[in-house]
Design a protein around this ligand. Structure first.
Ligand SMILES: [Zn+2]
Ligand SMILES: [Zn+2]
Length: 157
């Protein structure tokens, strides 16, 4: 089957029922992407996996830290739980940040401390970068991202 737009092999097939009529779309990946028909993979923009690496290879042996929070929150949408997040460094869906926030916040605070310790980027620079992205997210009506950035800024100011 060929892409309806450019004759490349169609790998993206969409069926849609509009007014009881079935519409079919057969597009190559490039054309589908150009029309924003392929959702971007969910996940935070910061490279959490790399940040988690800082925690598993700390500069100082960490003192016994606060006990794990109990009970463990789990995302109602995709079942993501904190241990899984710690293992993979990735969130399963866009609801996870809210769902797991009580458990993620101490984790993110530790990441923040590890980063501060590493002295990669001065805190003020990162916060002003988040503020810039917050403005862009609001302008784009990406309120989920805006809320995430707002919380991030709040936690670090
Ligand atoms: Zn195409
Ligand atoms: Zn989820």
């Amino acid at each position: 089957m060929k892409c309806q737009i450019c004759d490349a092999p169609a790998t993206f097939h969409l069926t849609d029922v509009v007014n009881k009529k079935r519409r079919e779309l057969h597009l190559c990946e490039r054309c589908a992407r150009e029309r924003n028909l392929i959702p971007e993979p969910p996940g935070p923009q910061i490279d959490l996996k790399a940040l988690m690496g800082l925690l598993t290879n700390p500069f100082h042996a960490p003192p016994a830290l606060a006990p794990e929070p109990a009970p463990e929150p789990v995302c109602a949408q995709c079942g993501m739980a904190v241990p899984e997040f710690k293992a993979t460094g990735r969130l399963g869906c866009s609801h996870d940040y809210e769902a797991l926030r009580p458990a993620l916040e101490p984790l993110l605070e530790r990441i923040h401390r590890a980063m501060t310790h590493a002295g990669k980027t001065p805190r003020a620079v990162r916060v002003s970068e988040w503020k810039r992205r917050l403005g862009a997210a609001v302008a784009a009506e990406n309120y989920e991202e805006a809320a995430r950035l707002r919380d991030l800024i709040r936690a670090h100011e």
